[in-house]
Design a protein around this ligand. Sequence first.
Ligand SMILES: NC(=O)c1ccc[n+]([C@@H]2O[C@H](COP(=O)([O-])OP(=O)(O)OC[C@H]3O[C@@H](n4cnc5c(N)ncnc54)[C@H](O)[C@@H]3O)[C@@H](O)[C@H]2O)c1
Length: 337
Amino acid sequence: MKILITGGAGYIGSTIASALADAGHTPILLDSLITGREEFAKLHTFYHADIADQDAVRQIFEDHPDIYATIHCAALIVVPESVEKPYEYYTENVVKSMRFFKQLADLGHHRVVFSSSAAIYDVVPGFMVREDSPLMPLSPYSRTKYMMEMVLKDFCKAYGLNAIALRYFNPIGADPKMRTGLHIQYPSHLIGKLVSVALGHEEVFNLTGVDWPTRDGSGLRDYIHVWDLAQAHLKAVENFEKAITQGAEEEGLPYIVINLGSGNGVTVKEFVAAFEKVYGQKVPVAIKPPRPGDVAGAYANADRAEKLLGWKAELSIEEGIRDALKWGKVRDTIIHY
Ligand SMILES: NC(=O)c1ccc[n+]([C@@H]2O[C@H](COP(=O)([O-])OP(=O)(O)OC[C@H]3O[C@@H](n4cnc5c(N)ncnc54)[C@H](O)[C@@H]3O)[C@@H](O)[C@H]2O)c1
């Protein structure tokens, strides 16, 4: 099958492209390279364009009328930046995505898989969230994801789109074959910071927030290997009709939301301990107050993904940490900053 991947030169889109190609499918990438990497794009058929460039999008479908589905990963993704630049985030992630979805509908390419986020969930007692758990997006970034889920649902009703919104939990690791990985030079999230300390780029790991109502006081997340995440997209396009039929039964619409997580909640302290085990050394840790907007956390109930897509996470957090460390060492030989 031919699959269009927007944002295919980014961390997750490029991993999905490798997973599809390894399974015998043909990824077609569309990316503006606003944050993505040309080094990743050139591994596959690549269109260097913005999703809002309607001529370019039309051209892609003229060149490849047999594209079966579109996986829409393109977005700006940095939460603190979205607080400072909401106009840019709503423009890129909402306005442009909305026009892009309308163009897909107009062109008759109605199958869409959308990169949504677990960041839209409210914190619930026990921390486990199902797809119907309450939502409370707290940042402009997460609100763009929430809005696009609503837009997609309405477009499914009005314009004949069929859509699967995949709510990702916390991706870690890299392509196990080291073709692609996290490309941000100075990452700000947990695993990126730990790898930076391990590689000697930073001296100490700041553990922010130790008074949450979790088993050890540190925040709780659901870490998922990016390769598992990519496999879920493979299953989503291969089992597209089954998932959509279920959506139609449940909601009366060809639209469905599916959590992509491991189903395990892991605290930051537990994650640091796992990191030290894989790395083989202690990491210097400094306890700091929570950052603005931090929350206690959530982990996935991932039953629906297993039932509808035949997918469940297989790789451990240790394998994610191992691949992140490996990638940290090879990254600068692949990416030329
Ligand atoms: N990384 C995470 O922790 C995480 C968690 C949940 C959801 N997501 C979602 O997954 C998707 C991919 O995230 P990622 O981590 O790979 O980010 P990334 O920044 O590595 O990739 C995003 C890609 O989209 C491209 N892009 C952005 N705006 C574009 C536009 N207007 N036209 C064309 N290309 C454009 C960028 O150049 C980049 O290659 C995003 O939608 C993100 O919101 C990511």
